[in-house]
Design a protein around this ligand. Structure first.
Ligand SMILES: [Fe+2]
Length: 223
């Protein structure tokens, strides 16, 4: 009886390991760490419900379509036109949020001289870059993301995508590697800012992790 029980538990664990391809990494700071710019309740719901939901639904959608062995998220995004809408929405949702958490920090950081020079060359000044970015983010109709990307010619560009799409997807009109992404879904800001998306977009620059942007930039250049 005991042996049967252990075998059963073992099988259940094995099934779980085989099916659950994607998992959620711990948030790199506490839920209240980004206050007053992003409130603790928003962070908790965003991380533990929305992001976790995208991961669960991605795993489920892959399993339902017999693609549970697809475990390379970037490869899925690069070939997203070959997958169904559930996988498109949830693979994007997982990638975008994992990137986003690391792009925020309670520490005060600023762009390195090197990155600042590149930004100034591309956009005129750091303020012009932020204005351009915020304009793109504010005017994205409905839910979506605003991005700073590295394009194929190693140039910086600002763009935005609807829903949980991103510039890594083969269906994206503007393609590139995201080095900074801001979530402009209402679930990212509504509890504190209600309909005032531009206010959220002003506040978020106080908590951008520029060391992470720099790391993403360097990685993108080597691709
Ligand atoms: Fe989100």
């Amino acid at each position: 009886m005991k042996t049967t029980l252990f075998t059963l538990i073992g099988l259940l664990l094995l099934t779980n390991v085989l099916v659950a391809q994607f998992t959620q990494k711990p948030l790199p700071y506490s839920y209240n760490a980004l206050e007053p710019y992003i409130d603790a309740q928003t962070m908790e719901i965003h991380y533990s419900k929305h992001h976790a939901g995208y991961i669960n639904n991605l795993n489920k959608a892959l399993q339902e379509t017999g693609q549970e062995n697809s475990n390379n998220l970037i490869a899925i995004l690069n070939n997203i036109s070959n997958y169904n809408t559930a996988i498109r929405n949830n693979a994007g949702g997982h990638y975008n949020h994992e990137l986003f958490w690391n792009l925020l920090t309670p520490e005060k950081t600023k762009p390195s001289d090197n990155l600042l020079k590149v930004i100034e060359k591309e956009f005129g000044s750091f303020d012009e870059f932020k204005n351009h970015f915020n304009k793109e983010a504010a005017s994205r109709f409905g839910s979506g993301w605003a991005w700073l990307i590295v394009t194929e010619g190693n140039k910086l560009a600002i763009t935005s995508t609807p829903n949980q799409d991103n510039p890594l997807m083969d269906i994206s009109t503007v393609k590139g590697i995201p080095i900074l992404g801001i979530d402009v879904w209402e679930h990212a800001y509504y509890l504190k800012y209600q309909n005032r998306r531009p206010e959220y977009l002003q506040a978020i620059w106080n908590i951008i992790n520029w060391e992470e942007v720099e790391k993403n930039y360097k990685n993108a250049l080597t691709k």
